[in-house]
Design a protein around this ligand. Structure first.
Ligand SMILES: [Ca+2]
Ligand SMILES: [Ca+2]
Length: 215
């Protein structure tokens, strides 16, 4: 009985270990697994025809893949004009869980007069504490089919929320889509050690109970 109980305990410990995150895989984040909204930090201005035809801000994250083509029309592009130069559009992303971001995919407009010239990112962890900030200057989009520029995003780890403030040198921003490639964050080694330790601490108690039940 003792050996059987010990085997059962080992199986339980192995099952616990296998329940921990394995080698994380890169995932593409879009409307299927993240959410986006317009932030209160958006400057005074006008959205022009951005929301015509019932379109919502979700078209920022609706590209199905990182290498999908987008075409510049009212159903797909976002166009915001701030009241003064320096003003811009704030977007708030909620990833639903913590990720380690690897790549930003940015579908910019193809003309200098309207494209996005700067994006100021702020990164927040699951507790909504800011863990980093970064500015990027996306390139002009391709034409007529607009493909994403892939930018290595040196973002901090364990990011759940991202804010992006988009500006253009002439107060206008016009773009098609934003996507991220990321891997789900794994718990810190310290947390893993505690989980393992917890298992070892509980094991003798469990074995005692098993023995008590057998006799
Ligand atoms: Ca520009
Ligand atoms: Ca889109």
């Amino acid at each position: 009985m003792k050996n059987r109980a010990l085997s059962a305990a080992l199986v339980a410990a192995l099952a616990m270990a296998s329940a921990l995150p394995a080698q994380a895989q890169s995932v593409y984040l879009n409307q299927d697994n993240i959410a986006v909204s317009v932030g209160a930090g958006t400057s005074a201005g006008t959205f022009n025809n951005t929301f015509s035809g019932g379109a919502t801000i979700a078209k920022v994250i609706d590209a199905p893949t990182a290498d999908a083509a987008e075409f510049h029309n009212q159903q797909t592009h976002i166009w915001f004009t701030a009241s003064s130069v320096g003003g811009g559009l704030e977007l708030l992303f909620d990833f639903g869980q913590a990720y380690d971001i690897q790549t930003l995919h940015f579908w910019n407009y193809d003309g200098e007069g309207f494209d996005v010239d700067n994006v100021s990112f702020k990164f927040f962890d699951a507790a909504n504490q800011q863990v980093g900030a970064l500015d990027i200057q996306p390139a002009l989009g391709s034409s007529p089919a607009i493909y994403a520029q892939d930018i290595d995003l040196a973002a901090p780890l364990n990011v759940r929320y991202v804010s992006a403030f988009l500006t253009g040198s002439n107060a206008q921003v016009d773009f098609q889509n934003i996507g991220f490639t990321a891997v789900a964050s794994v718990p810190e080694p310290g947390v893993l050690a505690l989980v393992g330790l917890g298992g070892l601490v509980l094991l003798p108690t469990w074995l005692r109970r098993r023995r008590g039940a057998s006799f």
